[in-house]
Structure formats: C-alpha cells, structure tokens
Design a protein around this ligand. Structure first.
Ligand SMILES: Nc1ncnc2c1ncn2[C@@H]1O[C@H](COP(=O)(O)OP(=O)(O)OP(=O)(O)O)[C@@H](O)[C@H]1O
Ligand SMILES: [Mg+2]
Length: 387
C-alpha cells in the first residue's frame, strides 16, 4: 500500500520533561500523509497537552510571513512577506486620492471596531480593486499590506483535490481563526466559478460571522462577476478603479524613472541632453494607451538598448534619442481597437484573448466607481467610469 515511507525520530527536552517525537510520511496514490507521535514519561497527559498547545501556538503564528493558500494547504510564506516589504507607495503612481482612499479604508476598518459594534453591524468589510492588467492593483495591495500590522492571508486558488467548496470553507475557517486579518483574493472573477459561487457567497456573507475580516479582492473583469457579489454592500462595499493612465499620470511615471536613472539609483547615472521635464513630457504625450506595466517595460528596454548601443558604438549615444526611439517601437506594438483587429493592447496581455479594457485617460480624484468595459469607440478621453 505504501509506495514511499519515510520516518524519523527526535528526542528533546521541553519545560523540564523529556520527549521523543516520531514522524512517518507516506504516499498513497496522489496524497502524501504525515503522522506524528510524541512519547513522554509522566503521571498524566498534562505535560503532553501543554507541549501540544505550545506547538500549535507556534505553528499558528506568523513570523515575518504571510499565509498562502494553495492546493488545500495553508503555508506561512517568507518570500511573499519579503516581496511585500519591498513595496513602496512612492513607486506607485496613482490618480489623486486613490492611495489615500485605500489607506483610509484599511486603517479605519481596523481602528473602528467600536463603531461597527455601536451600529450593531458585523465588523467586516470588502474592498474590490478593478481595472485592466498592469495598472497597480497588486502593487497597491503590497504597499497596503506593508503598512498593516495584521495577519495577511493570500489565496492563490480555491481549487483543491476535494473540490473548490472545500477550499472556500478552509479559507474562511482560517481567516476567522486569525481575525482581525486581511484576506486577499486576487483575480476574483477566475476564482468564483459557477460551481462554487453560492458556496462562496454563503461563506463571505452567510450565517457564520466573519468578524474582523477585511477582504481585498482584485479583478480585470468585473462584468464577469455576479451582481450578487459585485453590487451588494456588505460583500464588497468599496470599489476602486485602476484605469489605463492618462497623459498626466504617464508623465509623472516617466518623471520618476528619469530621476531614477539620472540619479544613478538605476542605470549608473545617465546624463540627458535635454531638461528632464521636457523628456518626461514628451514621453507622456507619446505613450497613449500604455498601461503602467508597459511604461515600465519602456524604461527597462530603453536601459538595455542604451547599454547595448554604448558597448557596440564608438560615438556617444544620447539617452533621450534612445528613449524616444524606444517609445516609437513600443507604441507601434499597441494594437488599437480602431485597427479593427482586436481589443488587446500591448502590456495588457496577461489574459490573452480576454475581453476589452478601459481606454483613454484615467480620471482625477478619488474613484469609488466600478470600471466597466467601454463601448468600442475610438481612443480619446473618457469622463470617468460609472456603474
Ligand atoms: N500605478 C503604477 N505605478 C507604478 N508602477 C506601476 C503601476 N501599475 C503597475 N506598475 C508596474 O507594473 C507592474 C505590474 O503591476 P501590477 O502587478 O500592480 O498590475 P495589476 O493591476 O495587479 O495587473 P493584473 O490585473 O494583471 O494583476 C508592477 O510591478 C509595477 O512595476
Ligand atoms: Mg495583479
């Protein structure tokens, strides 16, 4: 029956007692089982129970880690924690008010438990970040998590060998156990399949109280999410749109990168032959339709091209010439809807073949409205996105 059996034994002292722990691991078909047994001398089992309680408490506490759920298992992940620590709000360019709105929502949720109590409503909240790929949803979540002192539970997928319902149940059980906490569900539209939809709704907002759980979810496709999830307060009460950046945001992004490469933080200190502001303004103007991720790609490819040119050409190469040329090359890769060949834009190819994304200029000010796919019109401007 056992295809593989591994076992081991370790003796140790804890709180004045001597213990021997045995571990056996075996595989049956596709499942790996692990069995622990701890043996000790004692008049009753109180020392064993104290040890077990200490072990569970240790295992259930995060130490510079984030809980990650995948394939029916929760793991305390250090790498994700490190990635979160590397995030900086300063690196994220957002429309005015968006960052502050997010910070306020997260901060006030944890600070205002008594207000929820006074109002007699469950202390829970849902925030949904929506918009086309590559415009800062995940970056912003990382920066929010870095600011927060509460345990973070990050769900990669509801899928488990026992079905998605099992996954959803384990996720909410774990979140209730670790509350107050932040539960992150990325790409919600892909997670909540028709099979698991009603189960998910029950767990999110059913009889069991999700006291102290702040759920932050993201989606590129709000139109695919059931209205019962999307538009019912107490499930996702607040929504923020991360749209394709407008000219002002693209210029701000370019300005940051130009400062970065000129100061030597990246690219060994480049000297531009033009005023930095002039370079940023031109880049901003000529990058219509670029997502932020694509703007980043512009600067990465610019630095690589410049390094290559400098190593192969005798004559001095002006950085701005390489940058502007690179803008032209990348802009030509953008497939415009008006070309009649599809809706996909360069820099937004994560979910190839999936539907359209918001076009034109991003909005100013705090946006609590819902991003929705636009009419297939020519790319010009848009005046905000509304339900
Ligand atoms: N608003 C922004 N400001 C600065 N950089 C950004 C911004 N948005 C995206 N980027 C850059 O693009 C990369 C991808 O962004 P991010 O992962 O946040 O996109 P996303 O909105 O979560 O996309 P997806 O919907 O595909 O998950 C980031 O690592 C970051 O470098
Ligand atoms: Mg993301």
């Amino acid at each position: 029956m056992f295809a593989v059996l591994q076992h081991g034994k370790i003796s140790f002292a804890y709180d004045g007692g001597a213990y021997t722990a045995y571990k056996a691991t075996w595989r049956e078909q596709f499942t790996v089982y692990t069995f622990y047994d701890i043996v000790f001398d004692g008049v009753d089992d109180s020392a064993g129970k104290a040890l077990a309680a200490a072990v569970y408490a240790f295992g259930g506490t995060l130490r510079e880690e984030i809980w990650v759920y995948q394939s029916a298992t929760w793991k305390a992940d250090k790498d994700l924690y490190k990635a979160v620590q590397a995030a900086e709000w300063d690196d994220v360019v957002l429309p005015r008010g968006l960052k502050e709105g997010l910070q306020r929502d997260v901060g006030s949720f944890f600070a205002c438990k008594d207000v929820y109590d006074e109002l007699g409503i469950t202390w829970k909240r849902g925030i949904l970040l929506l918009g086309p790929p590559g415009n800062g949803k995940t970056e912003s979540i990382k920066a929010l998590l870095k600011d927060s002192e509460y345990p973070v539970l990050y769900v990669k997928s509801f899928t488990t060998p026992y079905g998605p319902e099992y996954g959803v149940r384990s996720i909410f059980l774990h979140a209730r156990k670790h509350s107050p906490c932040i539960l992150v569900l990325e790409d919600l539209d892909a997670m909540v399949t028709p099979k698991v939809r009603s189960f998910f709704l029950n767990e999110l907002d059913g009889l069991a109280a999700n006291h102290g759980i702040l759920t932050i979810a993201t989606t590129n496709h709000p139109e695919r999410i059931d209205d019962a999830i999307l538009n019912r307060p107490s499930r996702f009460d607040v929504k923020y749109t991360f749209a394709i950046p407008d000219v002002a945001l693209r210029t701000a992004f370019a300005r940051k990168w130009i400062e970065k490469v000129a100061s030597g933080r990246v690219g060994r200190g480049l000297r531009f032959g033009m005023a930095h502001e002039e370079v940023a303004t031109r880049v901003g103007k000529e990058t219509e339709g670029f997502s932020f991720a694509f703007m980043k790609e512009l600067f990465v490819s610019f630095l690589l091209t410049l390094a290559h040119a400098r190593s192969t050409q005798a004559a001095e190469v002006a950085p701005e010439d390489v940058l502007f040329k690179q803008v032209g090359i990348l802009a030509a890769q953008i497939i415009k809807k008006t070309d009649g060949v599809g809706a996909k834009k360069a820099g937004q190819d994560k979910k190839e073949g999936e539907n359209e994304e918001k076009e034109g200029e991003g909005e100013e000010g705090e946006d609590r409205s819902c991003w929705s796919p636009p009419e297939p019109v020519e790319r010009k401007t848009h005046d905000g996105v509304q339900f």
